[in-house]
Design a protein around this ligand. Structure first.
Ligand code: NAP
Ligand code: ZN
Length: 351
């Protein structure tokens, strides 16, 4: 039997150009397998901005974004076994999936064959309501999708790992990055800076591909060996056929050819940023070198836990700027102008 609903507050967009403003709403009462979480922090992902502004044409308003959530367990459904009141926990981009299909059984819940349920702008599998995300004081979530924050990790630091972290970690693991690998990361933002840290920690030689020469010192400090200015055609040409992997986090539609040129034989361009129609590309670039263009979406629950534990073990933390909830509109503008080093995190105590 579900318990009573919880009154909640958050920040929402009500139309593509409304900006974000306070919203009062309710969280569902606890089902048997639900956990109530008091949210302490929520990271700001570029996807939040895309969704709030309906860039993908799929937004239901009002929308409460936020899928880099950390907090403390405040109440438990009657049959919850994995979590206890007071546990430090996190939620990423998914709050549910079928848990029965081949993808889910393989720990790839993000590729659930029946479609995973997004943390915001998703449809609850049991009552059909629209899901609301982490720009909020509390959230109710099925226990299987609640991840443990390692003791050694600050809640503000853990938040960006739930999307920016796992989205860059998962493809590096899938493509078996390790000592001897040459990895390029295109776009030094939230995802990109985590990609640099992870690839360096895995033992790869890392290069940042950026439009911004003024990020060079940061790129090196994050663990990169070099930064290639993507507007410097001669520098880009000098690295033709050099990289095993290009992790492409650029958030807008762009020409892929300059990045494919950088790949060596069997190298892969892994698109994680652009969600759009594939831009035209000459197939000769793929045939001559068996190069691969592919994509990757977030990561599964088990792999997300593995990534958090990897960060705790290696002392990896995101570079964050903590903000107040009412600074979210300015943060969106700054993120769009690539003026963030390298992830905004909302301190939910300011809500
Ligand atoms: P972000 O913090 O804004 O970083 C994006 C970086 O890309 C910027 O710092 C900038 O780096 C570069 N960039 C920005 N605008 C550009 C433009 N017009 N042309 C070329 N480069 C540009 O964004 P993020 O949070 O990392 O997210 C990146 C993208 O990944 C978003 O589209 C987001 O929706 C998507 N995403 C996908 C997944 C997934 O599962 N695949 C998960 C999360 C996010 P430089 O200044 O270095 O050029
Ligand atoms: Zn995200």
């Amino acid at each position: 039997m579900p318990t009573n609903e919880y009154p909640a507050k958050g920040y929402a967009a009500t139309s593509p150009d409304s900006g974000m403003a306070p919203l009062a709403f309710t969280r569902r009462g606890l089902r048997d397998d639900d956990v109530l979480i008091d949210i302490s922090h929520c990271g700001i992902c570029h996807s939040d901005l895309h969704a709030a502004r309906n860039d993908w044409g799929r937004t239901t308003y009002p929308i409460v974004p936020g899928h880099e959530i950390t907090g403390v367990v405040a109440a438990l459904g009657e049959k919850v076994t994995r979590h206890a009141i007071g546990d430090r926990v996190a939620i990423g981009c998914m709050v549910d999936s079928c848990l029965e299909c081949d993808s889910c059984k393989a720990g790839l819940e993000q590729y659930c064959q029946r479609g995973m349920t997004g943390t915001y702008n998703g449809k609850d599998r049991r009552d059909g309501s629209t899901t609301f995300g982490g720009y909020s004081d509390k959230i109710v979530c099925r226990e299987e999708f609640v991840i443990k924050v390692p003791d050694a990790m600050a809640m503000a630091d853990a938040a960006p790992l739930l999307c920016a972290g796992i989205t860059s970690y998962s493809p590096l693991r899938h493509w078996k990055v390790g000592p001897g690998s040459r990895v390029a990361v295109a776009g030094l933002g939230g995802l990109g800076h985590m990609g640099v840290k992870f690839a360096a920690a895995m033992g790869a030689e890392v290069t940042v591909l950026s439009r911004s020469e003024d990020k060079r010192a940061d790129a090196l400090a994050l663990g990169a060996k070099d930064l290639l200015l993507t507007t410097d055609k001669a520098a880009m040409k000098a690295r033709t056929g050099y990289f095993d992997i290009v992790l492409d986090t650029i958030p807008v539609r762009h020409d892929l050819a300059p990045y494919v040129h950088l790949l060596k034989i069997d190298g892969a361009l892994v698109i994680v940023g652009m969600i759009d129609m594939m831009p035209e590309i000459h197939t000769g670039l793929l045939l001559m070198g068996r190069r691969i263009i592919t994509g990757s979406g977030i990561g599964g629950v088990t792999e997300t836990q593995e990534m958090l534990d990897f960060c705790a073990e290696k002392g990896i933390r995101p570079e964050i700027e903590t903000i107040r909830m009412d600074e979210v509109n300015t943060a969106y503008d700054r993120m769009e102008a690539s003026d963030v080093k390298y992830r905004f995190v909302i301190d939910m105590a300011t809500l």
